[in-house]
Design a binder for this molecule. Structure first.
Ligand code: SAM
Length: 216
């Protein structure tokens, strides 16, 4: 486990799950487990995103990198950021070819500090980490900052129409779900909450680009 994990905005206490900020050998083991346990969720989110041709994509909190691989199959370019060194190592090992081909970068970062410049990407996606961010509004602000006009944010958490027995205990109460929706509405003109089979999903879009300003 990491030496110190900041309190999560959902509970006000440090998440004690070894999945929240995996570190050391136990963290690597946790990442390998996540790879198996959360694969169906990643598939549902990849399907919801659809083809990403010609789009630049950021995934935050990618963990072992299952979704990164799916994204890199169609996107123009993918950046993955995760605060855990062990998760970055697993993702780098799993996707060495995409990295060598220049289609994927894996870097240190988190929802509140992605390290990307303004308006850098068309799509941001985060699966199973929004509830463990230390500061929801700071994270939403950062992800809005790095999205281009007309860009799309997809945040997903355990839930959905039929969550598995293993993840049922992680489903967020309605007041926390509403808090995510409110934080998104404060920044994005278009927000909706949907359910896949295993995920509760928040989708938001930035305002489209205005018409070009005539010179002079
Ligand atoms: C439960 S795992 C989920 C991993 C993967 N997305 C999945 O669904 O299998 C949570 C991941 O979020 C990362 N994480 C922790 N704090 C974060 C933060 N503030 N912003 C973004 N990611 C964070 C952790 O390092 C970990 O890889």
């Amino acid at each position: 486990m990491a030496a110190s994990i900041p309190p999560a905005w959902t509970t006000g206490t440090a998440p004690n799950s070894f999945a929240a900020l995996p570190a050391g050998r136990l963290g690597t083991l946790g990442g390998q487990l996540m790879r198996l346990l959360n694969r169906a969720q990643q598939r549902e989110i990849a399907q919801l995103l659809g083809p990403l041709d010609e789009l630049d994509v950021l995934e935050i909190g990618h963990g072992p990198g299952v979704l990164l691989g799916m994204l890199a199959r169609t996107a123009r370019h993918v950046v993955g950021v995760d605060p855990s060194r062990e998760m970055r190592a697993l993702a780098i090992r799993a996707h060495a070819n995409a990295i060598a081909a220049g289609r994927l970068d894996v870097r240190p970062g988190d929802a509140g500090a992605t390290g990307l410049p303004d308006s850098a990407v068309d799509v941001v996606v985060g699966v199973n980490n929004v509830a463990i961010w230390p500061d929801l509004d700071a994270g939403v602000g950062e992800l809005h900052r790095v999205l281009r006009p007309g860009g799309r944010l997809v945040l997903s958490w355990h839930g959905g129409e039929r969550s598995s027995r293993l993840t049922r205990g992680l489903v967020l109460p309605e007041d926390r779900l509403q808090r995510i929706e409110d934080a998104l509405r404060a920044r994005f003109p278009e927000v909706r909450r949907t359910q896949t089979r295993r995920c509760t999903v928040f989708e938001a879009r930035t305002s489209p680009a205005g018409p070009p300003v005539p010179p002079g």
